[in-house]
Write a protein that binds this ligand. Structure first.
Ligand code: SAH
Ligand code: F3S
Length: 446
């Protein structure tokens, strides 16, 4: 019987991608099998997130539970990876001495070597360095797990927003070599993947020399749009400051690029944006959206918001609400500011009571939800181009698809061959988390 790996992923899409790659590497190097039953695992890896204190606290409570499994099975290996590993390093061993290995987001390709270290000789199995290029060079050939796949194009972040730990946990920005990206997309497309999502902490600051020019995100999008089988292209996350003209123009000439954009704004108050070191104003943000809308009037925009940043006044919060009411965002994320050790914002005075911050978050989320619902309602009767992603979770007679704005649509089907294809669906009904529709063209298109 092969070695069984249980891997648990916290946090962002980059962590999901990293977990998939860790599995691929351990399959290649050690022939492991993945199990969803933690009790039977020989290796347990936690791929952690430290963006907010709650995410970090979850990891330590999970480690407490894992200790019991270790008592039952002393051969069990427990590893902590991801951003908490980089942030806390050997402190993890102080709080949970039974942890066998500690690796960061950029050293997941060395996990197999860390597992082999004989710690009885006093060598510690820890590696939280930042060999990002080596990591990209070590990734095995990608395998698809459905019609939609992430492709990392860069890693890390050099923006150093005053509240954020990412530059410290993932390191400064490094762009991936263009040939690796094109090769990964082509291999995924050969396996039937039709939707590619470029991922990274700041994908629109991508910059890499290639042949005799410098490639940017806009070039990557344009180039992969010519790869056979690539029907849909997304990217996340991007920064408002890097919404350059070339990227805006690409909406005009690459039809596969979806009319949906996730663009974190964080706050609608220029005063707070400055304290956050975001380096843009609300006008720069709205201007970028307007310019994309000149090519795509139907653009849907989602965003990230932080409420209760140190010193946020009622007026600052109202500025955020004004922006929300102006843009009418779709499917956004919002959080109460969380003080992260080592960040410049952690030193700022913060006098707003938590109860008030929670109240602001409730007001913001109610409005974001209202707009999300209104967007869904406005789709009733319309025909949406959808990517069929698999069988529906609701009924054996239905397939599940996703609209350009990433809503789940369930619809009755006659042909299972639609999976992985783009089809037109007319929208009949809306629910909180999904839509119900009817297949409009029954041929399915490639
Ligand atoms: N690269 C993205 C951010 C990635 S982190 C960008 O350009 O903004 C994902 C989201 O987590 C951020 O957009 C922010 O809204 C939230 N976040 C980050 N640090 C936070 C903190 N200290 N407290 C609360 N929310 C935070
Ligand atoms: Fe964090 Fe700002 Fe970068 S939110 S990931 S430091 S753009």
């Amino acid at each position: 019987m092969g070695t069984k790996l249980y891997i648990k992923t916290y946090g962002c899409q980059m962590n999901e991608y990293d977990s998939e790659k860790t599995v691929d590497i351990l399959k290649e190097k050690r022939g492991i099998e993945v199990t969803s039953n933690i009790e039977e695992a020989d290796i347990i890896l936690l791929n952690t997130c430290s963006i907010r204190d709650k995410a970090e606290a979850k990891v330590f409570s999970e480690l407490g539970r894992l200790n019991k499994l270790k008592v039952k099975n002393p051969n069990l290996k427990i590893g902590v990876g991801g951003c908490v590993a980089t942030q806390e390093g050997l402190n993890i061993k102080k709080r949970a001495p039974y942890v066998d290995l500690i690796y960061g987001p950029q050293t997941l390709h060395r996990v197999s070597d860390l597992l082999d270290i004989d710690q009885s000789k006093g060598i510690k199995a820890i590696d939280i360095t930042f060999p990002i290029e080596e990591k990209f060079d070590s990734l095995p050939s990608p395998t698809s797990a459905g019609p939609s796949s992430f492709v990392a194009i860069m890693e890390g972040c050099s923006k150093y927003c005053s509240f954020c730990v990412v530059p410290y946990t993932r390191g400064d920005e490094v762009s991936r070599k263009p040939d690796q990206i094109f090769d990964e997309v082509a291999r995924l497309a050969e396996q039937g993947v039709s939707e590619i999502t470029f991922i990274g902490q700041n994908v629109n600051s991508y910059k890499m020399p290639y042949k005799d020019r410098i490639l940017r995100l806009s070039d990557l999008i344009e180039i992969i749009s010519h790869i056979d089988g690539v029907e849909r292209i997304r990217f996340t996350t991007s920064h408002p400051l890097d919404m350059t003209d070339d990227l805006i123009d690409v909406y005009q000439y690459v039809p596969q690029l979806v009319s949906q954009l996730h663009l974190p704004v964080q706050s609608g108050s220029n005063r707070i944006l400055e304290k956050m070191k975001r380096n843009y104003t609300v006008d720069i943000f709205t201007d970028a959206l307007e310019r994309i809308r000149s090519h795509r009037p139907d653009l849907r925009v989602s965003s990230d918001f932080i409420v209760g940043f140190p010193g946020e006044t009622e007026k600052d919060f109202n500025d955020t609400m004004d922006l929300v009411n102006q843009i009418k965002f779709d499917s956004s994320y919002s959080f109460i500011y969380s003080k992260r050790p080592g960040t410049p914002a952690s030193k700022l005075d913060d006098n707003t009571p938590m109860a008030e911050k929670k109240e602001r978050l409730d007001i913001l989320q109610a409005q974001l939800n209202k707009h999300h619902k209104e967007h869904s309602m406005s789709m009733i009767g319309s025909i949406q181009r959808c990517l069929v992603t698999g069988l529906s979770k609701k009924s054996a007679h239905q397939l599940q698809a996703r609209t350009e704005c990433n809503r789940v649509v369930n619809f009755d089907f006659q042909n299972i061959g639609f999976i992985g294809k783009l089809v037109d669906i007319s929208i009949d009904e809306t629910f909180s988390y999904s839509l119900l529709g009817t297949l409009h063209n029954s041929t399915g298109q490639n």
